[in-house]
Design a protein around this ligand. Structure first.
Ligand code: FAD
Length: 315
């Protein structure tokens, strides 16, 4: 994609915004990325839990791994492999038995690598968007203002839509209703630090059936948590929706019970994270949405690059 613009503001420093930013910067555009998060990478999320006895658990607690379906994306992946930023985890994780990759040190490290040459502003939430003769102006919660001649929005679609609506940016009604049809599964995630190594079989990831657990991963067996037996438990969307307002201790008890067969150890510490938007349930159906009037505005992100819902999503 080569577009006739000089500068671009990207809202969202996840995989989508970072790849778009790198492409545009290579084309000579002035690129700025803002993200409301404290760390880069969006759902390429990694966190550490330090425990008293010099134990540190490293947890990938959003995306676990990714596979490649698009030849263009394969080129990026080949480069990341060459540079040692990612590694193949296994080819036994998806039904298609294709290689599944992970960040070498953690998934967030892939986000950090992609951001290294970009102008990125973290903890910078866009709260209003306006357009003047020169470009799009995004005001942030921190009182900053960015004006660029084009704008790319990569948050989950409901968040992009509400930002546009709150800013009174009109959208053609057919497009608006299509965007309103995009929805996401929620997911409740537990980061559990164990006393002993878990019983999750090699290579360290499994997807149980008939369980409130959608997937369970050993970050230790995955290779990113050498000094802590760190296990990530992702709930099913049904469990997450039904327990959205349930206390953390109760959620933990329910999911630890369901996971006991694979934990096989005392939990010495844990945290709970609730993902309102984990992965798309219904998608937009095109790779991105570009609107040219009053100026170039692009909506992108996983509800777009999952052009059709995969028959079996790799999660
Ligand atoms: C629990 C979980 C497990 C998953 N497992 C897998 C898996 O195994 N395999 C797989 O392929 N996919 C998986 N996914 C999905 C995958 O993580 C996403 O598809 C992908 O990371 C989406 O990237 P993105 O850049 O489109 O969106 P995001 O990573 O969500 O990036 C959007 C960014 O926009 C920022 N943002 C939002 N609003 C604003 C605002 N107003 N101002 C500034 N910034 C804003 C957010 O902070 C965020 O960083 C999983 C997701 C979750 C949550």
């Amino acid at each position: 994609m080569s577009i006739g613009i000089q500068s671009c503001l990207i809202i969202g420093g996840g995989m989508s915004g970072l790849i778009a930013g790198n492409i545009l910067q290579k084309q000579g555009k002035k690129v700025t990325i803002i993200d409301k998060g404290r760390g880069i990478g969006g759902r390429l999320a990694t966190r550490r839990i330090h425990h008293a006895d010099q134990i540190t658990g490293v947890f990938d607690y959003g995306m676990q791994f990714f596979a490649v379906q698009d030849p263009l994306f394969q080129q990026w992946v080949d480069q990341w492999l060459l540079e040692g930023v990612i590694t193949e985890w296994s080819n036994q994780l998806s039904d298609a038995q294709t290689p599944c990759y992970r960040g070498k040190n953690s998934n967030r490290s892939l986000g950090q690598y992609l951001a290294q040459d970009l102008d990125v502003h973290l903890q910078t939430r866009g709260i209003t968007i306006t357009r003047d003769d020169v470009g799009w102006i995004v005001e942030t919660e921190t009182g900053q203002s960015f004006e660029r001649d084009s704008l790319i929005m990569t948050p989950p679609v409901p968040q992009s839509l509400s930002l546009l609506e709150n800013s009174d940016i009109p959208l053609p009604s057919s497009i608006k209703s299509r965007l309103e049809g995009v929805s996401y599964h929620s997911c409740t995630t537990i980061l559990a630090l164990l006393e002993q190594i878990s019983l999750i079989p090699e290579p360290g990831w499994l997807k149980p059936s008939d369980s409130p657990i959608w997937a369970i991963s050993s970050n230790h067996k995955k290779g990113i948590s050498p000094q802590g037996f760190a296990v990530t438990i992702h709930s099913t969307p049904e469990f997450s929706d039904a327990n959205w307002n349930t206390e953390e201790a109760v959620i933990a008890e329910k999911l630890f019970n369901a996971a006991s067969h694979w934990l096989g150890s005392t939990v010495i510490d844990y945290q709970v994270h609730r993902w309102r938007y984990s992965h798309p349930k219904t998608v937009y159906g095109e790779e991105f949405l570009a609107l040219e009037n009053p100026g170039l505005l692009i909506l992108a992100g996983d509800a777009f690059f999952f052009v059709k819902l995969r028959p079996k999503i790799v999660i």
